[in-house]
Design a protein. Structure first.
Length: 261
């Protein structure tokens, strides 16, 4: 379903671009929405398809064995989202955009960490623990996320060329994970992988704005990268098969966005 949505968004933008290009070749074509970008404030909405994964830095003791990674992430996870657009015009070339949205994601981590039984006796830096046999349900964690994403972007655009205008944008995001389980007293011993609720990220974006009679359509590509560590440690009595095997866990996403203003 998510892959289908992403393909549909791509095909839609391609068809619109082809149609717009046909408009640009018309010698006597009239410019559309000529005064639209002169507004101090304007509004809109967007739809997007996402490809998400995790950037993982493993613990050198519990997360690796003989240069082999004991924790892996599903390489491709597709999802979707939607949001609103508020634009503040600064001058002819700069805008500030706030684009709050809701993003849905599901990713998977696999823990092949049974070999950590070798550290059951503990050391000066690692407490002892009681080994347990890892069943299949212990090795795989499906992590569902509902993200309230609030990016603030500074947009730099070129001069309008007929009914199109290219731009680039960059900024910071405040992201709330509504399914983080960060306040849960249960952890991976009860099959609950916990992450942080409040997160910060940075984003970069590029796209082309197309002007039509009634609206402006913008297909764009955005990359979003979390700056903080999302991992929440397991309880002190939990063996180091799961969260202890990870030093740093950070979301990274590539989004294809369709904006309507």
């Amino acid at each position: 379903m998510n892959k289908f949505l992403l393909k549909a968004l791509v095909l839609t933008s391609v068809n619109v671009a082809v149609f717009a290009n046909a408009q640009f070749r018309t010698r006597n074509r009239m410019d559309k929405l000529e005064d639209f970008d002169e507004q101090k404030f304007s509004w809109g909405f967007y739809l997007n398809g996402n490809k998400l994964d995790y950037r993982i830095v493993l613990h050198p003791t519990y997360g690796m064995k003989d240069n082999q990674n004991l924790v892996t992430s599903t390489k491709e996870s597709y999802s979707f989202g939607a949001g609103l657009i508020a634009k503040w015009r600064l001058n002819d070339y700069l805008d500030v955009r706030v684009e709050p949205g809701l993003q849905f994601a599901q990713r998977q981590l696999t823990f092949n960490t049974q070999s950590n039984d070798a550290y059951a006796g503990g050391s000066v830096t690692n407490p002892p623990f009681t080994p347990i046999p890892l069943q299949e349900k212990d090795k795989v964690r499906d992590i569902k996320s509902t993200l309230v994403d609030i990016p603030v972007l500074l947009e730099l655009h070129g001069r309008r060329w007929y009914n199109s205008r290219p731009y680039v944008a960059a900024g910071v995001n405040y992201v709330v994970n509504l399914q983080s389980n960060s306040s849960s007293t249960d952890d991976n011993m009860q099959q609950i992988f916990r992450t942080t609720t409040h997160n910060f990220a940075w984003s970069a974006e590029m796209g082309i704005q197309f002007y039509f009679n009634k609206f402006k359509l913008t297909p764009a590509i955005r990359g979003t990268f979390f700056m903080n560590n999302e991992k929440v440690a397991d309880n002190a009595t939990t063996p180091p098969y799961w969260a202890s095997a990870i030093s740093t866990l950070q979301t990274r996403a590539v989004m294809f966005v369709l904006k309507f203003e």
